[in-house]
Design a protein around this ligand. Structure first.
Ligand code: NAD
Length: 504
């Protein structure tokens, strides 16, 4: 494999990290571990790049981002191969995440001006002598700290929107996927050679911390809630704002009137694809009791046919992060010890670096497999009276990221979707919201805060700027030391007239 495109000269680096194929343990490449000095230098370079990039304006940024999109599309196969090698996920899953990233770059590039550009707003009667202007300006330099499970889709969800909003980005990919991170940075350089508007820094937690402490204008963090707390503490040093996209414990609800085949397909894919290493993967399923047994049978049939492996026919790959296997084992053991029933697989499904599909039924709600993020190919399935009880159980979680509802009754499904506390819900499908670039993506509680994607995602990387321009003298000037009682009374009368009516 030609690694020259994304490796860099790091002969000077005191420490290095190896990127390793999790299926074969083959070393893919080595990267420097950047410390505070190198991170600081990157941020310094980014400041200049940010000024140049902001100065280009919306039209030129759009053209360049669309060129990046088309570059990624043309080289999709190469990038997918790298994602496959570095994460172990099947090639088709790698292609899928790149396709989604492409759609997001396209949307961000094409909508930035409309969402963020200058617009006049009504001044209102009291300020009728003012012309009012609102615009969203770039923040400057955004630090993006990424995870390994979707090393293209996830960071691009921040990078594309931050760039489209006129910022420069310093990107620290996960220490498990630095090669994919490097590829992304090199690919943007191909189409924007003038200035380093997207730079790579590599390393583990300490490099991420250096970025959070570096005085960038915002951090976009994706990772676990535990790490988000450390990042937030580091950001607090300089009052650096933070958008935190963290883990989930997503639930899928199956109503009594649901299409059970579609729901079982969705639960199987939502829970098992990418070896369950998906922040918006399904981990809990709540099924109306009338259809519980039929659903469980259908899900078990599908899950039993699923096989992990490194070959082209495998449904999913190895666990990318070896340490995750212990967490998965602990959750399965705890669920079984508390009386949960293994329907497909169990502890014997663990065969490092692979974990076969595990379906657990009737697991008590206080079990770790129900309360904590498992991040493995496991699903708990429990009966509930109806969708309303499913919503209550789904909401009874410290996480609130995504969710799914299956029901043929559109009104009931929508009511359930609205009552779910998660930031995103798909009705009669799973994870569909991630493929709609106009929709914001993010959660609350342990799932984080702030939004990427869509108009909210563009605004997340901007600062609102409000401008008024006085067009004529006011009919009554109240903001002068020479204010008269007559003027004050006129405005008081006007306010009473406009707002004093009794409301019932
Ligand atoms: P992680 O929290 O271990 O690491 C995430 C990133 O933070 C890595 O780049 C890591 O090097 C860096 N980091 C570690 N310690 C740091 C510190 N003290 N300061 C700054 N940076 C630090 O998460 P992970 O294992 O890479 O990813 C898996 C987690 O990410 C799961 O919880 C998953 O649900 C979540 N995730 C969320 C989303 C989302 O959009 N909500 C998307 C993908 C993954």
């Amino acid at each position: 494999m030609d690694t020259s495109v994304w490796t860099q000269d790091h002969a000077w680096a005191a420490e290095t990290l190896e990127s390793v194929n999790p299926a074969t343990s083959e070393v893919i490449a080595t990267f420097p571990v950047h410390g505070a000095a190198e991170v600081g230098a990157a941020v310094q370079r980014a400041r200049e790049a940010a000024a140049w990039w902001a100065g280009l304006g919306y039209a030129q940024r759009r053209t360049r981002l669309l060129a990046w999109k088309s570059h990624l599309t043309r080289y999709l196969a190469r990038l997918a191969e790298l994602v496959h090698n570095e994460t172990g996920k099947p090639l088709a899953d790698a292609q899928l995440e790149i396709m989604l990233a492409i759609v997001h770059i396209d949307w961000a590039a094409k909508h930035a001006r409309k969402v963020l550009g200058p617009r006049r707003v009504r001044s209102g009667l009291i300020a009728i002598n003012q012309a009012s202007l609102l615009e969203y300006q770039p923040l400057g330099v955004v630090g993006v700290i990424g995870p390994w499970n979707y090393p293209v889709f996830t960071p691009v969800g921040s990078i594309a929107y931050a760039l489209a909003a006129g910022n420069a980005v310093v990107f620290k990919p996960s220490e498990l996927t630095p090669a994919v991170g490097g590829w992304l940075v090199s690919s943007l350089r191909e189409v924007v050679p003038e200035q380093p508007v997207l730079q790579l820094v590599t390393g583990g937690g300490e490099t991420g911390q250096a970025l959070a402490l570096s005085g960038v204008d915002k951090i976009a963090f994706t990772g676990s809630a535990a790490t988000a707390k450390k990042v937030m503490a580091a950001c607090a040093e300089n009052l650096t704002p933070l958008v935190a996209e963290c883990g989930g414990k997503d639930a899928l609800l199956v109503g009594a009137d649901a299409d059970l085949d579609a729901a079982a397909d969705a639960a199987a894919w939502g829970g098992l694809s990418n070896a369950g290493q998906t922040c918006v993967g399904i981990e809990r399923v709540y099924v109306a009791e009338e259809v519980y047994h039929s659903f469980l049978e259908k899900l078990a049939e599908r899950a039993a046919a699923v096989r992990p492996g490194d070959d082209r026919e495998a449904d999913y790959g190895p666990m990318t992060m070896p340490a995750q296997v212990e967490i998965i084992e602990r959750h399965i053991a705890d669920a079984l010890a508390r009386g949960g029933r293994p329907v497909v697989g169990g502890l014997s499904s663990v065969s490092r670096p692979y974990v076969g599909p595990v379906i657990l039924a009737d697991v008590p709600e206080e079990s770790r497999a129900v309360t904590e993020e498992t991040f493995g190919p496991t699903l708990t399935v429990s009966p509930v009276r109806d969708l309303e009880e499913g919503v209550r159980r789904a909401n009874d979680s410290s996480y609130a990221l995504g969710s799914a509802v299956f029901s043929k009754n559109g009104r009931r499904a929508l009511a359930a979707a609205r009552s779910l506390r998660s930031g995103m819900t798909s009705v009669n499908s799973v994870i569909a919201f991630a493929s709609v670039p106009a929709l914001p993506f993010g959660g609350s509680g342990n799932s984080g805060f702030g939004r990427i994607h869509g108009a909210d995602g563009l605004r997340e990387f901007s600062r609102a700027k409000a401008i008024t321009r006085q067009r004529m003298r006011p009919m009554a000037d109240l903001t002068t030391l020479r204010r008269s009682d007559k003027d004050m009374n006129r405005v008081l009368q006007l306010i009473t007239l406009l707002h004093g009516k009794r409301y019932r």
